[in-house]
Structure formats: structure tokens, C-alpha cells
Ligand binder design. Sequence first.
Ligand code: IMP
Ligand code: MG
Length: 179
Amino acid sequence: MHKDCERIMLTEDQLRARVKEVALQVDEIYKDKRPLVVGILKGSIIFYSDFIRFLTMHVELDFMAVSSYGSGAVSSGKLNIKKDLDRDVAGRDVIIVEDIIDSGFTLANLKALLTERGAASVMIVTLLNKKDRREYDIAPDYNCFDIENEFVVGYGLDYNEQYRSLPYIGILKRSVYEK
Ligand code: IMP
Ligand code: MG
């Protein structure tokens, strides 16, 4: 385990098994369709690549990079699009793949944006859900794990762009971000 982690919350085996389970459920729903699978950079990359490998339907891949201005407490905050989609979503079934839903700001805004652009449907698939932190009225359609309010890293998730390549989800030691 990395020295900056307090403990491992989800092991590689737990992640693989649950991601497969969720991917197969999603696959069943879209089996006759050709959804656009949108990964939210960068946190979702490892989850995204594991998730799509369990799908048997025809998928098209696309990515967005976003950041939020200001704190989640400001409901008038705006989503900053750092990289937009290559594809037009009008009339498309879209599956958003995100690493974690915290306040819900990012996904609430993204879903509204893609709906406004004319997507036929927008489904949200998340790896992690911090339910107790929700401030916006949004819930994932599919979520792999509900977690407590702890700051986690690994399997794509970072703290200051570090720890993304850890193969497990670990709880970051408080001393790392409180110093
Ligand atoms: P929201 O917009 O408040 O739902 O925040 C979602 C974003 O916050 C995620 O895409 C992550 O980038 C980041 N985030 C929230 N909690 C964590 C965490 O525990 N570890 C790493 N990133 C996190
Ligand atoms: Mg993110």
C-alpha cells in the first residue's frame, strides 16, 4: 500500500467484480442501441476502460473534461468545460461515466447540458457515491459503491494530480491534505 494511504477501501478484486456486475446490467438495457459513452476526464479513465470492456453492445467513445468554478455551496456556479465532446449528442443515447459523485454539482450540470443539447437519453454511471454530501438534486442511475465521507484516491482518482495510477481505492491520510 502507498505510504500516503491510511487503508485500502476497495481492493482490485472488489473493483473488478463490481464493475463487471454493473457493466453487465447496463449492457442489458442498451443491447439493441448504440450509445455514446462519455468519460469525464481525468478521474474516470481507469473505471471507464474497465467498464467498457464488459460491454457487448456497439458503443462509441467520447470524453469531456470539466471543472467547477467556486464552491458547491453556490448553486449559481457554472461548469467550466475544458474539453468538449467530439460528437454531436442530439438524438443520441448518452451514458456518462464518472469517478465519483460528491455534491452532485458536476453531474447535475452535465446532465442538464447534454439534455439541452438534445440527447435522447442521459444515463449516469458512477464508480463511487458519497450520498451524505449531496447538495444538488441528482442521483446516479447506476453506482458501483456507496462510500462514507472520506477523501479517496487511486483507480483514476487523484489528490493534486497524484495517486491516479494506484490499482486500488485508498483512503488518503489526513496529514497529506491538512498540512
Ligand atoms: P461534485 O461536483 O461535488 O459532485 O464533485 C465531483 C468531483 O469531485 C469528482 O469528479 C472528483 O473530481 C472530485 N472528488 C470528490 N470527492 C473526491 C475524493 O474523495 N477523491 C478524489 N476526488 C474527489
Ligand atoms: Mg472528476
